[in-house]
Design a protein around this ligand. Structure first.
Ligand code: C5P
Length: 220
């Protein structure tokens, strides 16, 4: 009898505006799997803290906010702002916040059939056994341009230089923290989207995952 788990998890990690969100959505459609943007969880904790007037460096208050988070809070458009991204990265350094959000993510990953999760530590911490792992990158300049275009479309007025500075600061904080730093899992496939259109990147990702799925199906 096969001891293959009944779920196929696709882990999509990478820095801000690398294209991982669009890639994860495309993979969800291609493989008929639900998708969780795990960045929204951290954004939600940051926004809840700010609304309550709490200090983002207060790890106890942040852990309480994380413990109370529910799925219906993740649709708030306020989570998509530049300020929410910065707040998310500050609360994401607290180990107790990460612990509080872990079960939600693991439960989502282990649903019947499987799931796609995008974030920073999916392939390393949340789903280290995922049979398909991608680490999506792009140069800071390309990512800053993409994020600036998104923010502009949302009505946020900000210069590209300021967005580039945000991206560099977040890369440093996310990659340098002690707990679950952003880094590729040893078995992740690296996908640099700097020179790719989003359709090209989504297509490349789908082919990588198709190969991983074939290996997973034949392994047991
Ligand atoms: O992906 P997104 O830009 O929405 O993530 C916002 C922030 O949340 C990141 O900069 C990172 O600090 C944090 N995050 C994380 N682990 C994840 C997803 C997001 O630490 N799995």
């Amino acid at each position: 009898m096969s001891d293959r788990p009944p779920f196929f998890v696709i882990a999509v990690d990478g820095p801000a505006a690398s294209g991982k969100g669009t890639i994860a959505t495309g993979l969800g459609k291609a493989f008929s799997l639900p998708v969780l943007d795990t960045g929204l969880l951290y954004r939600c904790v940051g926004v809840l803290m700010q609304k309550a007037g709490e200090d983002l460096d207060d790890h106890e208050a942040a852990a309480c906010a994380a413990a109370l988070l529910t799925a219906d809070q993740l649709n708030d458009p306020a989570l998509r702002t530049r300020a929410a991204g910065e707040a998310a990265s500050r609360v994401a350094v607290h180990p107790r916040v990460r612990d509080a959000l872990m079960e939600f993510q693991r439960t989502f990953a282990r649903q019947e059939g499987g799931a796609v999760l995008d974030g920073r530590d999916i392939g390393t911490v949340i789903a280290p056994d995922a049979p398909a792992k991608l680490f999506v990158t792009a140069s800071p300049e390309v990512r800053a341009h993409r994020r600036w275009s998104q923010l502009k479309a949302q009505g946020e007025r900000v210069s590209q230089e300021d967005v580039l500075a945000d991206i560099r600061r977040r890369d440093e904080r996310d990659g340098g923290r002690d707990t679950a730093p952003m880094k590729p899992a040893p078995d992740a496939v690296l996908l640099d989207t700097s020179e790719m259109t989003i359709d090209h990147a989504a297509d490349a990702a789908r082919r990588i995952v198709e190969a991983a799925r074939a290996t997973w199906l034949s392994a047991n």
